[in-house]
Design a protein around this ligand. Structure first.
Ligand code: C5P
Length: 137
């Protein structure tokens, strides 16, 4: 709990960047909260994990992408209060990885240029991350 009594949820997110400088977005599937919105892939940091370990696990599970801690560069941090919890979400950039991304959990995925990121409706926590990627790419 934090000072205002909300549970804190730690999620790690990743901007996976391809050789053309495009970023991978994944669509949250039906049945999940915020279904239909486009997010940077990642997931909840489980007890005992570092955010980098979470991303290595989630990128493999969700997308069939393999990477390493040394290939994950922290870029910025989202901090957003939802109705029932407070989300802290570091955003990493990954340009070196193996595999061809597919939506292994049935989710739609899309490679998007940084200047087109705003065309994809995102969870409110993810939107403030866009300018950092526009500056970088
Ligand atoms: O992905 P998961 O449902 O485990 O994430 C927990 C919560 O974190 C979601 O319900 C959503 O509100 C938030 N989230 C987010 N942006 C992301 C991933 C998760 O706002 N990229």
């Amino acid at each position: 709990m934090d000072a205002i009594g909300k549970k804190i949820v730690l999620v790690a997110a990743c901007a996976l960047v391809d050789s053309d400088g495009r970023i991978l977005l994944a669509q949250r599937p039906e049945g999940k909260s915020l279904a239909g919105l486009w997010e940077f892939p990642g997931g909840k940091v489980e007890p005992g994990e570092t955010p980098e370990e979470t991303l290595i696990r989630e990128l493999d599970e969700e997308l069939g992408i393999q990477t390493k801690v040394a290939c994950l560069a922290p870029l910025t941090f989202a901090s957003h209060t939802y109705d029932d919890f407070h989300l802290l979400m570091p955003l990493y950039v990954c340009r070196r990885y193996e595999g061809v991304a597919i939506g292994r959990e049935g989710q739609a995925i899309k490679w998007v240029r940084s200047k087109a990121l705003r065309d994809y409706p995102m969870p409110p926590a993810d939107e403030p991350l866009i300018p950092f990627l526009m500056d970088l790419l």
